[in-house]
Design a protein around this ligand. Sequence first.
Ligand SMILES: Cc1cc2nc3c(=O)[nH]c(=O)nc-3n(C[C@H](O)[C@H](O)[C@H](O)COP(=O)(O)OP(=O)(O)OC[C@H]3O[C@@H](n4cnc5c(N)ncnc54)[C@H](O)[C@@H]3O)c2cc1C
Length: 377
Amino acid sequence: MTLVDVAIVGGGASGTTTAFHLANKGKKICILEKNRSFPTRICGGGMSAAVQDWFPFSLKPIVNEVITNVEFSWRLSDKVIAELSGSSPFWIVKREILDSFLLDQALSYGCDLLTTFNVIKIERSTNNIWQVTSLDGRQIEAKAIVIADGSQSPWAKKFNLGPKKQNYASTFSGRINRKGNLKNKTARFEFGLVNNGFAWAFPLNDEVSIGMGTFLENKNSMPVAKILKSFLPDLGFDPSEVIGQEAKLRVWNGHSKLNGEAILLVGDAASLCDPFLAEGIRPALMSGYEAAKSLNYWLEGSINNLDGYSKTMRIKWGNSMAWGKRISQVFYRFPKVGYKLGIKRPTAPERIAQILSGNMSYEDIAKRVINRLLFQN
Ligand SMILES: Cc1cc2nc3c(=O)[nH]c(=O)nc-3n(C[C@H](O)[C@H](O)[C@H](O)COP(=O)(O)OP(=O)(O)OC[C@H]3O[C@@H](n4cnc5c(N)ncnc54)[C@H](O)[C@@H]3O)c2cc1C
């Protein structure tokens, strides 16, 4: 049986980033991916250009659109436009292209890939070697495991990692093969049509990525068709034009341990996705980068456990998400007031632009608000 340094379960954004950074350091890596190839991913593809910091190669070749303006609306009116200035704009990518680009980079450094490898069993033997088994009976052995299999991952619970209670957003994402009246380089966010959430439209050269998400637990299912019927004509489309899919997205739900002994969770499997704006690509790439750093030190014997990874993710991402979750709970419970006080404030467009471009965290925003309240009192 093949023994690798690290077996990575899932070849999405988080898994391929981890794979690239470890393969780049000369480690023997194998990605185990249940699909044969990369089908269209259920994702809006909007990400901060700040993600470039985690790669030594340029991501520009796979960026479809650089966003310079963000347009917000409340029930299709009361619009606010934010200009994304500065050096960190917001990029739109096709997720299947981003993932296969990152995979190619990992493969070019000698990483192995096993496709149609649907992981159904992960066990650690008495000699501290992991054994991973696929549905069709193939097996691979590894010194360490990275769990990167997305929002439906069963492994966090099985290994007692991640938040105690997993929280899910209900989402829909689709594409339309023409531009409609969405302005070039402009991303649109619509609040008010979706209960406890928002709808979006992102330009992708000659296509548009359309989606919606609802972020507070709701017994009723999201009325996707009804929302599309209102939203799409406003963008110059017929509702029947969009081809898309619904999905449950695991979102951040409290600080938690993301590592065990020789095992780490990354990306959606680690419940890292932003519970306010559904930003999941940046934490997927950040966690892949940080996971690889810890694993590399561990494999080289410089550290004897992977606890530093959980701590780093808490500082660099979790602290901001703790505020993001509080903001989400207040905003989506009282969205009309939230829109008026949060988005229509004179300084709000700049702040939102800073969040989207990764220049400011929810924690920074919360501290500013608290300071303002203290100062006023
Ligand atoms: C509708 C929607 C829109 C979104 N829009 C945005 C956006 O605009 N911007 C943004 O930042 N984030 C967005 N997100 C979030 C973002 O898509 C995720 O956070 C991101 O995909 C997480 O990447 P990942 O690598 O952790 O997981 P995934 O991309 O889900 O990858 C998991 C991989 O694991 C594989 N896998 C699963 N099970 C197994 C198994 N048993 N064995 C082997 N392989 C397995 C899958 O096939 C897949 O390749 C959106 C999410 C949704 C649902």
